[in-house]
Design a protein around this ligand. Sequence first.
Ligand SMILES: Cc1ncc(COP(=O)(O)O)c(C=O)c1O
Length: 384
Amino acid sequence: MPFGHPMRALFALDPDIAFLNNGSFGACPLRVLEVQDAIRREMERQPVAFFADAAPGRIREAAGVLARFLGAAPEDTVFVENATAGMNAVLRSLSFAPGDEVLTTDHVYGAVRNVLAHLEARAGIRVVEAPLPWPARGEDEVVAAVEAGFGPRTRLLLVDHVASRSALVLPVARLVALARARGVPVLVDGAHAPGLLALDVPALGADWYVGNCHKWLFAPKGAAFLWARREAQAGLVPGVVSHGHGGGFAASFDWVGTRDLSSWLAVPAGIAFLEGIGAERLRARNHALALAMAETLAAAWGTEVGAPRSMLSAMAPVRVPGAPEASWEAGRALRRRLWQEHRVEVPVMPVGDALWARISAQAFNVPQDYRRLASALPALTAGA
Ligand SMILES: Cc1ncc(COP(=O)(O)O)c(C=O)c1O
């Protein structure tokens, strides 16, 4: 099936929207939602048999399909509700002494920064945020910035694979190598990466890797995973400690109390949808569209794209024209007006001293979607 409008019919999306934010919450295909519905009905047909007898095997089976997609071993891969839950599980399972440092970057996701703030208050850790040069010019600068942040008290490196606000794809394998050379373990926040980037999780060399399936892997909301290197599994506990506690990594995460298992069990259907299109074909097409449209927008607005092509994917940041205040509130106000007045959905966020529109390209997007943004935005920021 051709990309663009024919593919839009495969999704529940409102056909009148220029939906340029697949990044935040993804968009689940109708076919996958149908699979999820069928799982829900099965769950309700005989709830006890479903949860007590079938669920443990079904969860492992689905985790096995996901693990294969990630290049990982099934026993090293567990489902969690979302990336935030996975990051919480790792960060709150680790032992820190007062004064221990966690090294991250100033592009770290806000909710994850809050977990670190909690640990600052609770455990006395110190958070070191390496400032990434912005706009970005190349990987070497990122590596140098992070390298400068290591110190004798660094106990953990926490890096995003794809940063939320800037859409930067960080050179994770190189950053992991820096940490390994210093004996520092690494936690990767790969919330956006599955489906967006070609991904072989173990090959990155990190200790823990968290990713969402509901952003770019076509899974229903509430599907994410935590991968842990075999040697880094001991002591990890999920946010909710339940019956599986003490039974090992997979057992403790597979059962976190009675919950709707349909999103996890529908992950193989999301992967099948992606593979039906062709994962590599979709990735290449979406990357090319996002980058071409980012350059077109920047040219139309007389602004710039925030990073070289080599550091972006199917998401790209374009500096907003005019000089609006570089605040979260100003960004949210612009986003709301674009949606309410123009039916364009795109996140507008501060990075450095400016606001940036972070566009996404997914199978259903067409150049016309971005042209709507191109013409709508300047009027909203004129005189700002
Ligand atoms: C880098 C990063 N980490 C974590 C998250 C949180 O994802 P979720 O809301 O699915 O927990 C996001 C969401 O956009 C993200 O971009």
